[in-house]
Design a protein around this ligand. Structure first.
Ligand code: FES
Length: 121
């Protein structure tokens, strides 16, 4: 099974688990305010190793949506990434450091919207 590492913590997850759920279900207090639908970007992570070469069209569209908010190239959306190999990530927005009263609705097990994978431009 692929391994996800956050700081000094590592855990194995079943292949193709959504990264956001892999994090949350292993005690990482990630946010997912839109419920894992590539809208809010609160699930954003920075890759230290193992960044996927592909991304969903929805992830690309969201990260490039706002010309004055340079997200593309800096972060990835954990809700749009299936864990297919070892990854080292840093969640950038944590519930414990936010003003939210909860992480957001639990994302479904399958990536939403129905994923169309593209090569990372
Ligand atoms: S963009 Fe909202 S949870 Fe990922």
């Amino acid at each position: 099974m692929p391994k996800v590492t956050v700081g000094d913590k590592s855990f194995e997850v079943p292949e193709n688990t959504r990264l956001v759920l892999a994090l949350e279900d292993n005690g990482v207090d990630v946010l997912h305010r839109c419920g894992g639908k590539a809208r809010c970007t609160t699930c954003r992570v920075r890759f230290e190793a193992g960044e996927p070469e592909q991304m969903t069209q929805a992830e690309y569209d969201r990260l490039t949506r706002d010309a004055d908010d340079n997200l593309y190239g800096n972060v990835r959306l954990a809700c749009q990434i299936p864990v297919t190999h070892d990854m080292v990530v840093e969640p950038l927005m944590r519930l414990s450091a936010s003003e939210y009263d909860g992480p957001g609705a639990r994302p479904k097990d399958d990536i939403e919207p129905g994923p169309v994978f593209i090569d990372k431009p």
